[in-house]
Design a protein around this ligand. Structure first.
Ligand SMILES: [Fe+2]
Length: 246
């Protein structure tokens, strides 16, 4: 797999449905939520690249599992995580909070706290001509993260923050759940042509073994029922419905 000339970001599929994002400039790479170290090390060694930073959106093992070995390989790597997670992401060396701004690969990166999936989940927003959001497990294409530690209200407010970003924002989430999310959404809105079209597109990509992410915020506003929920009651209904959907 080669880096896309425009965005310079590629996804490594690992475990059953995780995606580790590698964001590159020249010979430096920033990795987002490395579930595992081996595929990242192999990729960077193959292309003679250096790991500059690791971004951690939250503490779940399928997001931080590879970090300690990556630190052994690149001892000077920056490990950026929420200051509230010093216990659960103990190897962090740059601790951030909502609103903080960092500079990585010559870009400004802003930290947004998007609570709900966990009590301190963060997302990283890269200011760019085409803005980029590394959103972890807060938003998926046609879905959103399960609420493990936060409240429905917190998750609803987190989605509002995402909705307020420029509509041309490209969103990089950490799991490939798109098809099953669309099938669920179609059960609730069987006549929704946008969802039907998206499902056709996603099935084609699945057949070709291509990723269905990143996705565009503007397009997601049409097909993601959680983003389209215009009040907390509707959001709560949808989240509970999805949790019990098989
Ligand atoms: Fe998670």
């Amino acid at each position: 797999m080669e880096f896309n000339k425009e965005q310079k970001i590629i996804g490594l599929r690992v475990l059953s449905d995780n995606v580790i994002w590698l964001w590159k400039k020249n010979n430096s790479v920033v990795v987002v939520d490395p579930a595992l170290s081996k595929p990242v090390i192999e990729y960077l060694r193959t292309y003679n690249l250096k790991l500059e930073a690791i971004l951690q959106t939250h503490h779940h093992l399928d997001h931080i599992g590879g970090t300690e070995n990556l630190i052994k390989e690149w001892p000077n790597v920056k490990v950026i995580a929420s200051v509230k997670e010093k216990d659960r992401i103990p190897f962090q060396n740059i601790s951030v909070k909502n609103g903080d701004k960092l500079h990585l690969l010559n870009k400004e990166v802003q930290v947004f706290e998007v609570i709900g999936h966990t009590r301190s989940h963060i997302a990283f927003y890269v200011k760019n001509k085409v803005p980029i959001l590394f959103v972890g497990d807060t938003l998926f294409s046609a879905g959103c993260g399960r609420i493990f530690e936060g409240t429905y209200k917190q998750m609803y407010n987190s989605l509002k923050i995402i909705k307020s970003l420029p509509k041309n924002t490209l969103i990089y989430c950490a799991h490939e759940y798109t098809k099953s999310n669309l099938l669920w959404a179609l059960e609730l809105e069987p006549e929704n042509q946008n969802i039907k079209n998206k499902l056709i597109e996603v099935e084609k990509k699945n057949l070709l073994k291509e990723l269905t992410i990143p996705f565009l915020l503007e397009e997601e506003m049409e097909i993601n029922l959680f983003l389209r929920a215009d009040n907390l009651k509707r959001f709560t209904y949808l989240r509970a419905n999805k949790d019990s959907w098989v």
